[in-house]
Ligand binder design. Structure first.
Ligand SMILES: NC(=O)c1ccc[n+]([C@@H]2O[C@H](COP(=O)([O-])OP(=O)(O)OC[C@H]3O[C@@H](n4cnc5c(N)ncnc54)[C@H](O)[C@@H]3O)[C@@H](O)[C@H]2O)c1
Length: 247
């Protein structure tokens, strides 16, 4: 990853933060992108030289375009896009408002279209690039009470495949990582006995998946080691999607 330029959305916390740190540790220049700068600044300070905090609401095309332009102006180009920013609202379709549905689709799905759309021309100028979308296992099989989220994440999976096919001849690879249940700020509030029961009942491997476990997969996909892999889905879910689990 030496001197590759990486743009990580949601880089201020959780999986995005772990990806930014892992890729920077391998020599990449990283734009740590978030809705507010406070958390991104903290990650940039942690990484040290070679990182840049960038503000953007990823649901806004104008923000995404500006953030990518800022990154390219600062580092001289763009090689890797990691789409990690997201929200995880709950509710059945009769319980959520149309505005909540729209917000979830905008942040969890359309954002991946916007970042790729604005990043790809810069990658083409470099002769290629890599896009890694962070979807989730709920995009592979829906979860109860997570209608908008499950729909958005399923969309991300097929968007990944479409991008992979459409830009393969431009040297651009696009893959999707599906985390299972990961210990990040997103899952705060679901702790204690409820979390323990969920893990016991639905997660085959024991232990808690950490953001770094996802970042390891993302960093590998970003590297030239994965040069012949595109349009693929990789679940990092401690076995949840292997099949029905009867402990
Ligand atoms: N944690 C899990 O168990 C889990 C499981 C499956 C999938 N995921 C996915 O992984 C990704 C990262 O989640 P995480 O667990 O690191 O959560 P997180 O809450 O720690 O990180 C998400 C980041 O996205 C940012 N964000 C949200 N809306 C934004 C917007 N409009 N513009 C810019 N930034 C915005 C948040 O500020 C936050 O920093 C998400 O897409 C999530 O759906 C997480």
């Amino acid at each position: 990853m030496k001197d590759k330029v990486v743009f990580v959305t949601g880089g201020g916390s959780g999986i995005g933060r772990a990806c930014a740190i892992a890729l920077a540790a391998q020599g990449a220049h990283v734009a740590v992108v978030g809705r507010t700068l406070v958390k991104c600044d903290a990650v940039v300070n942690e990484i040290g030289a070679g990182a840049l905090a960038v503000q953007a609401d990823i649901a806004s095309s104008a923000d995404v375009q500006r953030a990518i332009a800022q990154t390219v102006a600062h580092f001289g180009g763009l090689d890797v896009l990691v789409n990690s920013a997201g929200i995880s609202p709950s509710g059945r379709i009769t319980e959520i408002s149309e505005a909540e549905w729209d917000e979830c689709l905008a942040i969890d799905l359309t954002s991946n279209f916007l970042t790729a759309r604005h990043a790809i021309p810069h990658m083409m100028q470099r002769g290629g690039g890599v896009i890694i979308n962070v979807a989730g296992t709920f995009g592979m099989r829906a979860a109860s009470g997570k209608a908008a989220y499950s729909t958005a994440k399923a969309g991300v999976i097929n968007l990944t495949r479409a991008i992979a096919l459409d830009y393969a001849r431009d040297g651009i690879r696009c893959n999707v990582v599906c985390p299972g249940f990961v210990d990040t700020p997103l899952t705060e509030g679901f702790e204690g006995p409820g979390r323990a029961e969920f893990l016991e009942r639905y997660q085959p491997l024991r232990g808690m998946t950490q953001a770094e476990d996802i970042a390891t997969m993302v960093a590998w996909l970003a590297s030239d080691t994965a040069r012949m892999i595109t349009g693929q889905l990789f679940a990092v879910d401690a076995g949840q999607q292997a099949g029905l689990f009867f402990p």
